[in-house]
Design a protein around this ligand. Structure first.
Ligand code: ZN
Length: 564
């Protein structure tokens, strides 16, 4: 879909040329004229031209004559005929570093049956050779559903050793030869509930949770620091080509901070990132003290200042924390063995001036998180810079009482509508079966969230869902994947309007991190983060968003993608 879209732009080629003549402000480095500028600025919703200043901010927004008057001899003038300029698109929940470690090999997102999986794996086999480890990611659970020994089937399909991840990265499948080559010949104890699964004395092929995955992957095909950096750089460039200028990168640890510094020093950081630091149950007291010292870490395009927590897991594996158990008896536990410690750490980081972002999918996890944020406020936690608010990630099960609390207590609902794509119309999926009819009707309630006055933002959770922001915008409008008209519509009453969906990737993520005064709109003085598209994303049909071309992507005044 990505390459199709980039190659499909028949009109609106970007033409850049210097403009002769003296006069005008010398500090305008680039101007786009003759375009449709969708500013998302209530003071001036539409314009035809925008000028970018040398300091990476927007110098002016107006009509062509106004902007041309600001151009100098060294201004790069871009002909925007047929193009729409929007504020730079931002993914409010994405994993560029973590994804670069896991999204290796062939993307299996468009594989829907065993034959399709065989074709994809054999193509990769032909590329890599008979002995190589074939890797794949983003596989739908439905493809191998009910297979008792998926590792053996995978070996047949891939014609040799292979390692494949399901889309949610909680479960993976390896061939028996790969498992044996990694030295695993009997069940072994790993962190948490992670396991290399065995039945009848032989491996089933299933690798439950990431420690089991790393055990196989690191033994056979380790990812060195140079390769990781190259992978991150390549993914960031791909994101730019899809129109992304920024993201809230939920990856954070100090190694990621060091990696971002290295990328930035080499000129390879091409996405503006807010990067939380992750606290886990195994983070000891020394680790906590260490992380508290890194609140103000930042580069030019990236910054920290956010603490990330997990209050629970996911519905499908019974690890979401629910008020009432799911239909298989799961859902009873917090991700932290000691929920009180999680509560206390949230309060501590909020009091230390961190914005907190907490993964909470089940209703019990959402309630616990709201209680911790309220306790932090009661304990005198400071207001956050720029009006940033504490946030909850996912909120997949959200009863009305908690929805009202999010509104009243000003907690951001960070939602990923694209996660609805794995729920078929007959509701036969594990997510729906576990929750039952009543609770599954409260899924991804983005319309209710907006209408209740809850602060909100949208994101993809890539590599879990597609990172393409226009697919996210289109899903939020259509409640199914753009370009897939046969796909059932999930709870159509939860759809967003075209302008709301675009706000979910522009003004809303900016406000969420307290940067509404600097980003999310095309207005003078704002960061020159711009996305230039082949059409107006608020007027084309959702299905057309899947094919809408990206002509130009600009981050801080620097062109990071230009269609060739
Ligand atoms: Zn995530």
């Amino acid at each position: 879909m990505t390459t199709d879209r980039l190659q499909s732009g028949a009109h609106g080629a970007v033409d850049a040329r210097g403009v002769g003549g003296a006069g005008g402000a010398r500090d305008v480095t680039m101007a786009i004229v003759g375009a449709d500028v969708l500013t998302l600025d209530p003071a001036r919703p539409r314009a035809s031209a925008v000028a970018v200043a040398a300091d990476g901010t927007i110098a002016a927004v107006g009509d062509d004559a106004e902007i041309r008057a600001r151009c100098g001899a060294r201004t790069e003038l871009v002909d925007g005929a047929g193009l729409t300029v929007t504020p730079g698109l931002v993914d409010g929940h994405v994993h560029p570093v973590w994804g670069a470690k896991l999204a290796r090999g062939v993307e299996l997102r468009d594989v829907h049956d065993v034959a399709g999986l065989r074709d994809a794996l054999l193509a990769e086999r032909a590329r890599l050779g008979p002995q190589a480890l074939v890797r794949g990611w983003a596989l739908d659970y439905a493809v191998l559903h009910g297979v008792a020994f998926p590792g053996e089937l995978l070996a047949e399909l891939a014609g040799g050793p292979a390692l494949v991840s399901y889309f949610d990265l909680h479960t993976h499948v390896a061939t028996p030869s790969a498992i044996a080559a990694a030295g695993v010949t009997a069940p072994i104890a790993l962190d948490g509930n992670s396991a290399v699964a065995f039945a009848d004395g032989r491996p089933t092929g299933e690798l439950i949770e990431l420690p089991a995955y790393w055990r196989i992957s690191d033994a056979l095909d380790p990812l060195g620091p140079d390769e990781l950096r190259a992978n991150v750089r390549a993914h960031l460039r791909r994101f730019n080509a899809l129109g992304l200028t920024g993201g809230h990168a939920m990856d954070g640890d100090l190694a990621a901070y060091a990696l971002l510094d290295e990328l930035e020093a080499a000129g390879d950081l091409t996405l503006r990132l807010v990067v939380p630091l992750l606290l886990l149950p195994e983070t000891g007291d020394d680790g906590v003290e260490e992380l508290l010292r890194h609140r103000d870490d930042r580069g030019t395009l990236w910054r920290g200042g956010v603490a990330k927590f997990f209050a629970d897991g996911v519905i499908e594996t019974g690890t979401a924390w629910l008020e009432q158990p799911d239909s298989r008896g799961g859902g009873g536990d917090c991700y932290w063995p000691d929920p009180r410690r999680l509560h206390d750490l949230i309060v501590r980081f909020a009091r230390a001036g961190f914005q907190c972002a907490t993964h909470a999918i089940g209703d019990r996890a959402v309630r616990m998180t709201l209680d911790a944020y309220a306790a932090a406020a009661a304990a005198g936690a400071p207001a956050l810079p720029g009006g940033a608010l504490h946030r909850i990630e996912h909120l997949e099960v959200l009863p009305d009482a908690l929805l009202r609390r999010c509104a009243g207590e000003r907690v951001v609902a960070s939602m990923q509508p694209l996660h609805g794509q794995w729920r078929p119309g007959d509701r036969s999926d594990e997510w729906t079966l576990r929750l039952g009819a009543q609770r599954s009707a409260r899924a991804w309630r983005i319309r209710d969230v907006v209408d209740a006055g809850v602060p909100w933002t949208l994101g993809s959770d890539w590599p879990v869902a597609q990172v393409d922001p226009l697919l996210g915008v289109g899903y939020a409008r259509a409640r199914r994947l753009p370009g897939h008209p046969q796909m059932p519509v999930l709870d159509p009453e939860q759809a967003l309007s075209p302008l709301e969906a675009l706000a979910g990737y522009t003004t809303r993520p900016a406000a969420t991190v307290g940067e509404a005064a600097r980003g999310g709109r095309v207005a003078p003085g704002m960061r020159a983060d711009l996305t230039v598209l082949d059409g107006d994303p608020t007027t084309v049909e959702p299905d057309a968003l899947a094919e809408l071309g990206v002509a130009l992507t600009v981050v801080g005044g620097r062109v990071v993608h230009r269609r060739g």
